[in-house]
Design a protein around this ligand. Sequence first.
Ligand code: GCV
Length: 655
Amino acid sequence: MTGPSGIDHAWLPDAALRGIGSRRVTIEGDGPLVDTLRAEVAYAQGNAGALQGDADIVFRLDGDADTGPEGFTLTRSGGRTTVTAAAPAGLLYGFFHVVRLGAAAFTDAPEQTHRPALSRRMLNHWDNIDVHPVMGQVERGYAGGSLFWEDGRARGDRDRVRAYARLLAACGINAVCVNNVNVHGTEARLLTDRISEVAAIAGELGEYGLRTFLSVSFAAPVVLGGLDTADPLDDRVRDWWRTAADHAYAHIPDFGGFVVKADSEGQPGPFAYGRSHADGANVIADALAPHGGTVHWRAFVYNHVQDWRDRTTDRARAAYDHFAALDGQFKDNAVLQVKHGPMDFQVREPVSPVIGALSRTRVAVELQATQEYTGQQRHVCALAPMWSGVLGFRPEGEDGATVGQLADGGGLVAVSNAGADPYWTGHPLAQFNLYAYGRLAWQPDADPQQLLHEWTELTFSPEETADPERLRSGLRAVLRGSWETYEKYTAPLGVGFMVQPGHHYGPGVDGYEYSPWGTYHFADRDGIGVDRSRATGTGYAAQYAKPWSQTYETPESCPDELLLFFHHVPYGHVLHSGKTVIQHIYDTHFEGVEEAEAAQGVWATLADLVAPARHARVAELYEEQLRSAREWRDQVNSYFLRKSGIPDAGGRRIY
Ligand code: GCV
């Protein structure tokens, strides 16, 4: 049950439960999630040790409470803390909130009601059952094997799944898709004859209120059903999906639904039958509808076999070009799941124009917690500030809604960074990305610095250490600016990629320059960047509403950090910062490495304050981060010195 031994407790160590452990707790209500709450309280009282205090805590299920299906009200007065909720999930979230508050949960304060801003807060696991020859078991996974699948089937020992569910619920996540969106042969069968394995996992996840989703192949009626077509308008296909959905719900009554990657990077889809993506999504949505299920249909559709000589095709345009015209055509239980940027989870991208263009479609925004392009959990790269910027972006300008608000129809999704690694995320500090994702999904306008503070306090229990202030400030120093640091030593000014092909780790400035994937920087002796203006480029900038279509249209109005995403400019182009592009490239690459070196130094000073194994793991990873960062610096700087012939004004060593 809770807190199994040998499992890292991440942001729920026993010390964090002490506030509850020593108090008189009353729980009023019944139901499976209330039983989970009872077990949590019993665990806290048995393991957390005594903290002085005589306040009572009451958890009360009250059908009249105005808290919605997951919210709760917290009252603190006169030595009594009360959590009231209309539904059991709210009580459980209230429990984790009390844990987060620590001692503050027991001091008098005005009543507060908390409800999640987004009703779906999902993780997608790109996990395969089998170990794929190229991608391994977890596609883009940097934390060991799958948490769900082992030796060709669902793990027998599910303590870790349960412990994972507990961590996810504690940061607000309420849904998990348990297999890769690239659905290979074995995994396709999870929908049919292997559904009981999914049901077993769903049983564990459900203990903490998480709904299970399954990635399915659009070609399932053919590859599993033996039909000669997967045409979404064919009645036999429609019937097949209905039967498949009925079967899933017969095994998993609280099943969430399906995630579909169609016509994308080789996955089958409706284009093969001359049908639209709305047709494709709707046939599956119809099958799920009687059960209250949802299909998450991904918008990551683009031409991945582009000729690099073809300057008329711009991958950034693809999602909008495919989906904007379909607005209003998707069924009510179909959600269009859109990557937050138009390309592919680069360290810096503009917000996808699709998100603001679909007022009659339920949109979910997809983030990537797994650090495919952001250091692969060998580099420290705290992504909360990036995600917060995305969620706070207003596609229609100042008076319009934020992305976080626009996602209320479909929710927020992240590709998980967790695996069978003892620290869950490979790099122990990458746990913060998982935590911050959940908290932002609950409250998209949460302050990333506050989330960092929360996570630090919970995970490291500073009051347990000799010098809590040094620990706090050290952790802040290594994490706070780490995304900007990573950006500095990698691809500059929004241009993206420049990675080694295939595995995407480490520098390869021209790695994707002559490839079919549509990811080019067009550097020559005179300049660099992609002209995506309406006037002279691909027209991508015009996919935005005003004011952004105007802001991005010219180099003068475009923000520096996105300049090379939107424009091809000479190396001597002067940024708003006052620096030329070439000098910016040199300076940031030197600075980025210096900042990473400084962070490594700070981490070293925390050796006496952090558990030795955890400290050693991070210290070891810093060695690799520094090696890699220097390689990035030297390759990028040398490349641009050689291309441009313009020396570094600082006269530093470039090769
Ligand atoms: C699961 C990128 C990744 C792929 C991933 C794909 C997607 O292209 O490199 O590994 O496939 O995105 O999001 O579907």
